[in-house]
Design a protein around this ligand. Structure first.
Ligand code: ATP
Ligand code: MG
Length: 787
């Protein structure tokens, strides 16, 4: 057949067509963002199939994310009548899993082997350490987990590890024991999926030959982000008759921190004697204001292979830049802007909100949630669903209700405190037999296990006493310390993010009390208002028209305030309700048109009509950690390049003067990246202030700057940026103060512990000796001072 006449080739430029129709030999397509690399890769598969050169079983294509793999299959299916689901298209882990399922016996695994996620892996390491009396002081479990995964990603087994010190010897010994335990239990961790596939291919000639004969073509997208083991794995498939087709962009290498080697591109060219290298220089994604911004920015990097990128599209709209006084104001602005875009007819899924770190998403989620804008968070759990947040909420729930068995089970041995699965089982049996909660059943336990359980219960009970009368923020801070959660994550390899999130929980509580009007929500109209928040969301999340009137029926779990006593939720209970409701299904449902939220890392390879890149502040983006070394800054700049180049039509860049992060207000300097963009392509929505950024170094992150804020922002600045005045300081109209004795018709005499809010929202925490501590709404509760 006249292969170059395929209709598939009509929508390609000359270079792209050349790449798609390359002969059966190794090739590297090195090209900038939006130049059609992924399109070329997909079209090449379709072209090879449609011209009858190969069948669907002769191709293996590797992508970086599940989303990208799905996208590729969808595009292929649209080009050809082929069963794409049977094809070997997927992520490295996905394909390795498939490979091991097919060859489980040769791989030495049970047919139904289970995959350990990072958390499971850690528990497994801990369990093992306990069994073998490994000193946790000397060998923190997290460090060992890191050691084990790191070794595997380098392709190393215990026997191949270098042992220089006694400590090395011990670590390798544990690595060995860990492997035996996983083998015994028939489980594999993520790194094991890769390594075991690699080893089977390496050591089993017939298997390797089989796959080499089978996969004539191996195609890899985002090649710049492959690590050492992945590259070695690819090499296993490449025999004399195969062709490896790698596409990538050195300017988009953003996973060096996880072991990705951009050097794999040079190694590939050398080791595979790559005869075909094609550059694509035409960008089809973005208007030139966007593209010029990307090009100007990345030109500041020194270590580049060097590529050009141009577009035939006109300048398009300018890149819009917005300076907000606070992160809340930034969120409000972008929610408003996103709604406006949706009103103008842009589908919501064509609007992406990007941020540097996951901890930034909460403020944005809250804004979207309150405005009933459907959204979807990618590449991460929703804030309240994250494991560390769930653990923290479990402790808080136990403070509220010691009999909450689910929370009890979740944290009884988290962080690890020597309470094994067997002890927990015995406790559960005892609780069942006596019909009591786990908390109460602890009393009857004996022995060492019993002592550990009793210590856990005593810890929770002590925390409850300690936190009585404290503000919500203080309660959470005490809990984070006393529970050991902070300490626990501090020792973990990637615990930094988790600690950030736990500190975000403090912020969430803080703004729940101050900004979202805890008083109004939880006291004046306790639960139906909270339910109302969710119901406002429901028309949108059910796929109904969000412009429909709100549903005003009470939530099913509506409990009216006790009219007689005025008893209402404690701030903690109200916050827990809020967290529980928010973590419900408020995320846009599958298939529903929703605004897309994700980190810049997870946006790699994707494109959207409108993109917001938020939080562009020194210390955040570029991140604080990256500023320490030059390579770090260049990687941040590549990340910024990735962010900018996601946009087709409209790009917004925003930053905030202050940001509540890690539990404190930071005063920010705008990102140096702004000074690396071409002024002519930009439009400042807020007046451009004196540059505090620039390429100068030495300005600290988060130090207070007294910058003259413009007239347009000063009002908002006062509203949001000034520290919230503690409610206790408000003029008390009710005449109560802490320490005062009062009388209540039902609860009798008590002592005022805390006062919060004012006017209709005023509430008091009162300790009644016979009834315990209660939160009462002063507008409802009849209290008389006792002289
Ligand atoms: P990234 O580096 O971000 O992964 P990429 O190089 O993989 O980008 P693609 O996603 O393949 O680029 O293509 C970018 C956009 O340009 C897509 O919408 C694609 O459909 C379009 N495109 C690519 N080539 C052409 C072409 N020849 N004519 C028209 N549109 C094209
Ligand atoms: Mg791509």
């Amino acid at each position: 057949p006249e292969v170059t006449e395929s209709p598939l080739l009509q929508h390609l430029n000359d270079e792209q067509r050349a790449a798609v129709t390359l002969p059966n030999a190794h090739a590297l397509i090195l090209a900038g963002a939006g130049s059609g690399k992924t399109r070329v890769l997909t079209t090449r598969i379709a072209w090879l199939l449609s011209t009858g050169q190969i069948g669907p079983g002769n191709v293996m294509a590797v992508t970086f994310t599940n989303k990208a793999a799905k996208e590729m299959m969808t595009r292929l299916a649209a080009m050809l009548p082929v069963n794409v689901r049977g094809m070997w298209i997927g992520t490295f882990h996905g394909l390795c899993n498939r490979f091991l399922r097919a060859h489980y016996k040769l791989a030495g695994l049970p047919q139904g082997f289970q995959i350990l996620d990072t958390q499971d892996q850690l528990s497994a390491v801990k369990r093992l350490m306990k069994q073998h009396n490994v000193d946790e002081e000397r060998f923190p479990a997290k460090e060992l987990q890191w050691f084990i995964s790191g070794a595997k990603e380098e392709g190393l087994r215990p026997g191949a590890m270098e042992v220089r010190t006694e400590e090395d010897r011990r670590k390798v010994e544990i690595f060995q024991l860990y492997e035996e335990q996983c083998q015994r239990e028939g489980v594999v961790d993520f790194a094991e999926l890769m390594l075991r596939s690699y080893e089977l291919l390496r050591d089993n000639d017939p298997i390797r030959e089989h796959y080499r004969r089978r996969f004539h073509h191996i195609l890899i997208d985002e090649f710049q982000d492959t690590n050492k083991l992945q590259y070695a794995w690819i090499k296993m498939f490449a025999g004399p008759g195969n062709s490896v087709f790698a596409v990538g962009d050195d300017d988009q290498s953003i996973y060096a921190f996880r072991g990705a080697r951009v050097g794999n591109m040079a190694d590939f060219v050398r080791e595979f004697q790559v005869g075909h290298q094609i550059k694509l220089e035409q960008n089809y994604r973005s208007f030139s204001n966007i593209l010029d911004s990307a090009n100007a920015l990345i030109a500041h990097n020194k270590t580049r292979l060097g590529k050009n990128l141009r577009t035939d599209q006109g300048p398009g709209e300018p890149v819009r830049i917005y300076e907000a006084p606070t992160d809340m104001a930034e969120a409000q602005w972008l929610v408003e802007e996103a709604r406006q875009l949706a009103r103008e007819g842009i589908p919501r899924h064509e609007i992406a909100i990007l941020y540097r770190s996951n901890a930034q998403s909460r403020v944005i989620e809250t804004g979207l949630f309150n405005a009933a804008v459907p959204y979807r968070v990618y590449g991460g759990l929703r804030f309240f669903e994250r494991a560390e947040i769930k653990h923290a909420l479990s402790y808080l729930r136990l403070l509220e209700n010691p009999n909450d068995d689910t929370s009890f089970l979740r944290v009884v041995n988290f962080p690890a405190r020597g309470i094994g699965a067997r002890s927990v089982e015995q406790l559960q049996d005892a609780a069942r037999a006596s019909g009591s909660s786990l908390h109460d059943a602890v009393q009857a336990t004996t022995g060492k296990a019993g002592a550990n359980l009793a210590a856990f219960v005593a810890k929770i009970d002590a925390m409850r006493v300690e936190t009585a009368g404290l503000t919500l923020r203080e309660i959470i801070e005490v809990m984070l310390q006393r529970s050991g959660l902070i300490e626990h994550y501090r020792a973990e390899r990637d615990g930094g993010d988790r600690i950030d999130n736990l500190e975000e929980l403090v912020n969430a509580a803080e703004s729940f009390v101050t900004q979202e009007g805890f008083g109004r929500d939880a006291v004046a109209l306790p639960i139906d208002e909270l339910g109302g928040t969710v119901l406002r969301q429901s028309p949108a999340s059910q796929g109904l028209d969000p412009s429909l009137p709100e549903i005003n029926e009470p939530a099913p779990d509506y409990v009216p305030p006790d009219a007689e006593t005025g008893e209402t939720l404690s701030p903690l209970a109200a916050f827990l309700t809020h967290a529980a409701l928010e973590s419900g299904d408020n995320q846009a449902q599958a298939g529903q048109d929703a605004v897309q939220l994700m980190t810049v890392h997870s946006a790699k390879g994707l494109e959207f009509d409108c993109v917001f890149v938020t939080g562009l502040e020194e210390g955040l983006f570029p991140s604080e950690r990256s500023l320490a070394d030059y390579d770090g800054l260049e990687e941040e700049r590549r990340l910024m390049y990735v962010a900018i180049t996601r946009a087709r039509k409209r790009l917004y860049l925003s930053y905030s003067q202050t940001r509540l992060l890690h539990g404190q207000t930071r005063y920010n300097v705008r990102s140096r990246f702004f000074d690396e963009l071409p002024e002519g392509a930009l439009k400042w929505l807020t007046p451009k202030n004196q540059s505090f950024g620039g390429s100068a170094f030495g300005f600290g992150m988060g130090y207070p700057t007294s910058r003259g804020s413009s007239a347009g922002t000063s009002r908002a600045s006062e509203t949001f940026a000034s520290p919230p005045v503690p409610a206790q300081k408000a003029e008390p109209a009710h005449g109560l103060r802490a320490g005062m004795k009062v009388f209540h018709a039902k609860f009798g005499e008590g002592t005022v512990l805390t006062l919060e809010g004012s006017g209709q929202d005023a509430r008091a925490q009162i300790n009644f000796p016979r009834h315990g501590q209660k939160w009462l709404a002063l507008a409802v509760a009849k209290l008389t001072p006792v002289p």
